[in-house]
Design a protein around this ligand. Structure first.
Ligand SMILES: C[S@@+](CC[C@H](N)C(=O)[O-])C[C@H]1O[C@@H](n2cnc3c(N)ncnc32)[C@H](O)[C@@H]1O
Length: 304
């Protein structure tokens, strides 16, 4: 452990987050169940995560790092680091004179990250909302495709701000659901209808996260957490599935909510779901049927 290691003695320092109710977060009774739901999803996708859907997560990570642009010698924190895609790229940028830390709540993803990353990178099993780093520690913070999944995105941004130096950069990517295709909208409506009839409860965090990835909403969230000079950009990739089975297989890796339900369907229920989906897709016409987007908003900002 190097002398400059900024771990604050095992105790989370006081966050500057307020206790006021926030539409995005706050305490809620099923928080523990939500956390374990997230963990079991990430545990299940684990090895497949990086290559899911033609490697879209790798591409997202590369874009995020290009935006954050860590320099040699800088100290970087990757929040919600998962398998460490962003973390490792950051480590290559900062070189041996820099330092990189990754934090996440999913132990098995952290194990994958640790196995693959350079030994210089250090990983912590920690929630983004209660970091154990000292104030004004980092030159760069990255939060790649993680903000809407956090228990309390606003508090996580307050924590990020606390541990960032003045003038340091934050780079964030969030799925922009508004740019989903008609086929994705049809699928999600059908999945929601199935969820209402199904005995499985899909835990969800409080507040409405569906618009968080829209450029204006993300810029507003960062500005309201005290960041300056927010700039947003969009990246859209996508593809088309050939069949309903290919679609549901793909969508099982798309996020914790889809996975929670699709992964527990018995064969007859899944067959019926896919038959209905095929019918809905047929109505969309050849151009739109089974077409999907991976639309992401990237935001960069400065900690004043
Ligand atoms: C979609 S993955 C993104 C992983 C990685 N940043 C990337 O770009 O590939 C979201 C990550 O957020 C993590 N996560 C969810 N809630 C968290 C929390 N409260 N604190 C820290 N990490 C969390 C999940 O375990 C998961 O690894």
């Amino acid at each position: 452990m190097s002398e400059s290691f900024p771990y604050a003695g095992g105790q989370a320092r006081q966050s500057n987050a307020t206790a006021a109710p926030d539409p995005l977060g706050g305490e809620w009774p099923s928080a523990t169940r939500y956390a374990s739901h997230l963990e079991s999803y990430y545990d299940a996708v684990n090895d497949a995560y990086d290559d899911w859907s033609s490697g879209v997560h790798r591409r997202l990570a590369a874009r995020l790092i290009a935006i954050a642009s860590p320099f040699p010698g800088e100290r970087v924190l990757d929040v919600g680091c998962g398998t460490g895609l962003v973390t490792q790229m950051a480590s290559e940028r900062v070189g041996s004179s820099g330092e990189v830390f990754g934090v996440d709540i999913a132990r098995r993803l952290l194990e994958v990250a640790q196995r693959r990353a350079s030994p210089r990178v250090r990983f912590f099993h920690l929630p983004a909302e209660t970091l154990v780093f000292s104030d004004c520690t980092f030159d760069v913070v990255t939060i790649g495709d993680a903000l809407p999944y956090l228990a309390d995105p606003r508090r996580a941004l307050d924590e990020a701000s606390r541990v960032m130096r003045r003038g340091s950069r934050i780079a964030v990517s969030v799925l922009d659901r508004a740019l989903s295709t008609p086929a994705q909208k049809v699928f999600h409506e059908q999945l929601l209808a199935l969820e209402r009839r199904h005995p499985i409860v899909v835990p969800r965090p409080p507040g409405d996260r569906t618009r968080l990835g829209e450029p204006a909403a993300l810029a507003h969230l960062l500005a309201s957490a005290g960041f300056n000079d927010v700039v947003t950009t969009t990246m859209v990739t996508g593809g088309r599935a050939a069949t309903a089975r290919e679609w549901t297989d793909l969508m099982m890796g798309a996020g914790p909510s889809s996975h929670a339900l699709l992964s527990v369907l018995g064969a007859p229920v899944r067959d019926r779901f896919e038959a209905d989906l095929t019918e809905q897709m047929r109505k969309l016409g050849d151009d739109e049927a089974f077409r999907y987007h991976h639309p992401f908003t990237f935001a960069e900002a400065i900690r004043p």
